[in-house]
Structures are given as C-alpha cells and as structure tokens.
Design a protein around this ligand. Structure first.
Ligand SMILES: [Zn+2]
Ligand SMILES: [Zn+2]
Length: 273
C-alpha cells in the first residue's frame, strides 16, 4: 500500500517516472530524492542550469590535463616526481593532480559542494572526471600496489558522514584496478588547514596520524575466490586527497607510512594550489 502511495505521488511530480513495481527500499530512496529535489533544488555550479551539479558544457571548461610538478618546489618534472634538488627532503616521492586549485574556481566550488552538501550526488560528477584522468595517466601509477585515503578525524567523519578523500580514492582505485585500503587514521583532531599559514599548517598536522591497523599490517585481496594476506612492507602507496596546497598533510602521512616500511608514497589529488 505504502509503495503504491509513493508511486502515485512520484507520478504526479514526475510524469515520466517509469511505472514499474518497486520494493519498499527503492520506493523510499526514490521518494527521498523527490523530496530533496523539491526542497533543495540543485543548479550547475558553473552556469546555474537547474537539476544538475555540473553540466557537460561547464565540465568541458575544467582543464584536466594534469599538474605534474615536484611536491615541494613546484618545479615541472613531467611525471610529478620529486625533483633532484628536493629528493631526500620530501617524504612524498611525487604528486599529481588533475587540475589547478583556486577556492572560487569551478573545481573549488565542486570540492566545497562535495564536502559540505550532498556527497552522494556530487560524487557522481567526480566519478567521471577522476576515473577518466586516472585511466589516462595509469602508466604513471602502474607501480602502485595499493590506494589509501588521507584520513579524517573520527569526530569530523561523524559530523560529515563520509570522508571526501575516501570517495575520491575509491574512484581512483577502481579506475586503476588496485586495492583500496584505509591505511592511516587521524588520531588527533586538527584545525582546518585552509585557515592557516604555511608554518601553522605544518605544526597543525605534526604527529596527527597513525597507522590504522596494529602491528600486523596486512592487505586482504580476494583472488580466485580466496582471501590472501600480504604485508605492506616494501609496497608502494598512492595517497589520495581532495586538495593539495602546501602538501603538509600528505608529507606527514607519507612520513608515517615510510617509517612503517612502505617503499614509496606518491600523492594524488583532484586539485593543487
Ligand atoms: Zn553549466
Ligand atoms: Zn623540487
């Protein structure tokens, strides 16, 4: 009965709604989206077209040719690897980003929408941008063994309900066909990096991360129907975040991973400031 009522309401609002039998769960999901669309209509973040977070025309305006510069000094290296002058000073062996970052640019507004609005909807926009770029640049990341996100503190995670770095990391891992494993945790709550100076950012994240697992640091992969355990020692990790500005957060994460025996840490972010 409830299903029929929801279907009836949906047909009034959406005459093109397919007349099919829905189970209660999908009915609720659909009804929730109908209510959300009515109460919180969405608009393209580039041109205000209603009903979509990013229209095709605006997506085409985002420069997704990639940023391949040294993680420390911004020197162009073509692959994102640390330059020879910074080798030994950077815990990150390299970093690549899809595009440049400015807070009020289209990509800046998309990232803000992902963090502070309806992640489920906005993540579909990132899905197409991130997976396309990751597939195009798969050659640069072919030596990666595992993809890991920059973690949120559990309090921030509870407030937001998700970790945007995890959403992006899962898309990258899927596109590259690599396992996704949350290797780190943020054991100390930190201030928002965007509000701090370069030196304050370093101080803010110092000693904020730990390994998520205990001493037995294993990777489980399902291969031929069986679960396989592998040690992370000697592996190469692709560390994923939404934005890279000074790099303090990723450098701190990379230090922890290398101290635990990881052989290489490469960074990946949607945008780089
Ligand atoms: Zn648009
Ligand atoms: Zn450099």
């Amino acid at each position: 009965m409830l299903t029929l009522v929801i279907e009836h309401c949906a047909l009034i609002i959406y005459p093109s709604f397919p007349q099919r039998t829905m189970n209660i769960a999908s009915s609720f999901h659909f009804a929730a989206n109908v209510v959300k669309d009515c109460v919180f209509p969405i608009f393209c973040l580039g041109c205000d077209q209603e009903g979509i977070w990013l229209c095709d025309a605006c997506r085409g305006k985002i420069d997704t040719r990639g940023v391949f510069v040294c993680p420390l000094c911004h020197h162009f290296t073509g692959t994102g690897a640390s330059c020879s002058a910074c080798l030994g000073k950077s815990a990150l062996d390299g970093h690549i980003a899809i595009t440049g970052y400015q807070e009020h640019s289209l990509i800046g507004r998309l990232i803000a929408a992902l963090k502070y609005q309806y992640a489920e909807d906005v993540s579909s926009v990132f899905d197409s941008i991130v997976s396309k770029f990751a597939r195009e640049q798969a050659g640069l990341m072919s030596s990666v063994d595992v993809v890991a996100p920059v973690p949120l503190h559990r309090r921030r995670f509870a407030e937001r309900g998700f970790n945007q770095a995890e959403i992006i990391g899962r898309i990258v891992a899927g596109a590259l066909g690599k396992p996704f494993v949350p290797l780190l945790k943020r054991h100390r709550a930190t201030k928002q990096q965007a509000l701090l100076s370069r030196d304050e950012r370093k101080q803010n994240v110092r000693d904020a991360f730990r390994l998520a697992g205990e001493r037995n640091w294993k990777l489980e992969t399902r291969n031929s129907g069986r679960t396989e355990e592998r040690s992370f020692v000697g592996m190469r990790v692709l560390l994923v975040d939404d934005v890279f500005t000074t790099g303090s957060t990723m450098q701190e994460c990379a230090k922890i991973l290398k101290h635990a025996g990881v052989a290489g840490v490469f960074g990946f972010s949607v945008a780089r400031g």
